[in-house]
Design a protein around this ligand. Sequence first.
Ligand code: 3HC
Ligand code: NAI
Length: 718
Amino acid sequence: MARYELVKRSVALITLTNPPVNALSSAVRHAISKTMERALSDPKVTAVVICGENGRFCGGADIREFAGPLRGPPLVPLLDAIEAGEKPVVAAIEGVALGGGFELALVCHYRIAHYKARLGLPEVTLGILPAAGGTQRLPRLIGIPAALELITTGRHVSAQEALKLGMVDQVTEQNTCEVALEFALKAVGKPLSSRRLSTLTTPCPPDLDGVFEVATMQVQKKARGVMAPLACVQAVRAATLPYSEGIKRESELMATLFNSGQAQALQYSFFAQRTAEKWTLPSGAQWNNSKPREIRSAAVIGLGTMGRGIVVSLARVGISVIAVESDKKLLETGRQMVIGMLERDAKRRGVSASLSLLKFSLSLQDLKDVDLVIEAVFEDMALKKQIFRELSKVCRPATLLCTNTSGLDVDALAGMTDRPQLVAGMHFFSPAHVMKLLEVVCGLCSSNEAIATAMSLGKRMGKVSVAVGNCPGFVGNRMLMPYLEQATFLLEEGATPEQIDKALEDFGFAMGVFRMSDLAGLDVGWRVRKESGLTGPDVDPKDPPRRRQGRKYCPIPDMVCEQGRFGQKTGRGWYMYDKPGDTNAKPDPLIQNLLKTYRTRYGIQPRKITDQEIIERCLFALANEGFRILEDKIAGQPEDIDVIYLFGYGFPRHRGGPMFYASMVGLERVLERLEYYHHAFPDVPHLEPSPLLKKLVARGSPPIQKWREHIKSMHSHL
Ligand code: 3HC
Ligand code: NAI
């Protein structure tokens, strides 16, 4: 777990050996303790260098150990002993020094970083704080404002920025370990007292109270209801006290966070993201038996809202792209937009824009030789079918054909081609060059190789990719329907858009459902409802106004659209805005009137609706659909659903995602409440508990990590 060598005759080189990130597991802590004791007690040793194997210094505490009782030596005394030692210790930082890894570097007397290394204290993103002295030593090293910013955001910084901030002593492009060894030899004999951070006084800005007031306000505004950032502010404030008092405060604050539901949710989210990347489909197909193809060239068809962002995402990772539009004017508009986006993006990232990789065309004939095509034309099945038919004729047989449809049948498109095994969905989210989520939709015939290629391309573009099955709306948009519907039924029953939004925002969503709909545009859903015959001229005349296609239907969203209220873009939607495009939503008396008139017309007596009912109806209906998705083998595991909601739909990360949230509330409770609401509102859709939820409760509500086994056994009994 840590290798010990004597090099250059008098330097003890301690190498952490716990792949893949040299996390500080109990065994590693034990090994550091033993090797340090040996180095400090060996008279031949004059200095020590600590580095990590495989080009990675250390990724911090072993998060997997947080769930169990503490084993092995605790970290704080171990680190204190390194700092207090009489021989100079140098950290040779390659790859990453994060969390406890950076705290280890902070107790070393000197820090040398490779120019590609990243450093930081990301504990806050896991719902905790840097509790091995990080909140006390970093402010002493770089001052309060910079330390506050790093610790409350958990941001990783580059070696260059770390040097500027004073977090490291030197940045090198050479072999870091070699440089550190030379450095260590030169440090021998120099006084160490000024290098022991815990003995220093924290430099304080003149307006100390003001700095902390602003920081508190900022984290309260940004992280509504999230505990860890506030605790981080308080811990950094304690760095103004003598070290012994500050470290005591750090530890007390950590104790309040460590076993909290928020910390569990955030740590679950960390691992869920990594589980989703190792995709497993319910069919059994999975990442480790499929090799992705290399993608060098691609084409994007349609340069609208989505197409432009997809072109940018591809080009910025060095893939040459042919972008196709339907007419000259639209092509030119699209071209200018893409170039502008790439230039702004390159400026922000400090690199040159990859414009030479782009070609613009009006003809599908130009796509003969590309490795992959992503279709992003209007959500119109007939048009998409025609394009896939044509692509099948034009593109070489090995070209992968993907669609960015937000919910149409991928198999129907595959059926238009001579290579259904090479057809898949690549469902990006808007704006496609910003949003991290990519749903990779596996059709009935999609080969493992096609899915592996789309997944690995997603990763290359910096996306969090989740493999899902094919059904209307896939995972994300299919689940959105019950969530949105509950919200509109609650309006019918007596709630207001602002009341529902406030309850959801207090829960942690960045935006409530109506504010989000105004941002996305209400016309999109209206068009889909019209096309599916739920509203508009194609409605079955036998259907009464509040029943459609055999079930209860709430026409309020259609009535809002009929008034030309499409959301922010028209300056009116569920809210009113000062002008079209404005984002400041204000309650609109016209909407209150519309709701009043509607309720009177249908004899609905409005009732007082509590925030608890809003949260339960919206979120339990959401999770209930998630259970059905697992039953239907559209998602392979609950983690996939949660990752989709965390990265694509703004579900608060400190709640872990809809499925984790349900597991935290308790499946029995979720079942009981759904049964209650289903009984109270028997014809409101989506409230009837799913068979999988019932089965899991009947099996004693196993923890979420075990659901997969139960789902598997359920499928094998079908
Ligand atoms: N503990 C346990 N496992 C960890 C880990 C950690 N700190 N960091 C990474 N891993 C695991 C991942 O789960 C993954 O496991 P898997 O292969 O079984 O899925 C594997 O290591 C590789 O991780 P990634 O896929 O994330 O590899 P990348 O190369 O993409 O990223 C990384 C590497 C930047 C180090 C990233 O893993 C990361 O951000 N890790 C977490 C860092 C962190 O938050 N550290 C703080 C921990 S808390 C702490 O230190 C408390 C202290 O104050 C006392
Ligand atoms: P859009 O209307 O902004 O853009 C579509 C573009 O396709 C237009 O520029 C149009 O001129 C072009 N086009 C139409 N026919 C064409 C043809 N034959 N050849 C070349 N170009 C053609 O639509 P948007 O929003 O970009 O959506 C595109 C696809 O992405 C749809 O399937 C949609 O469901 C999906 N999607 C949309 C999201 C969104 O938030 N807008 C999110 C995720 C997916």
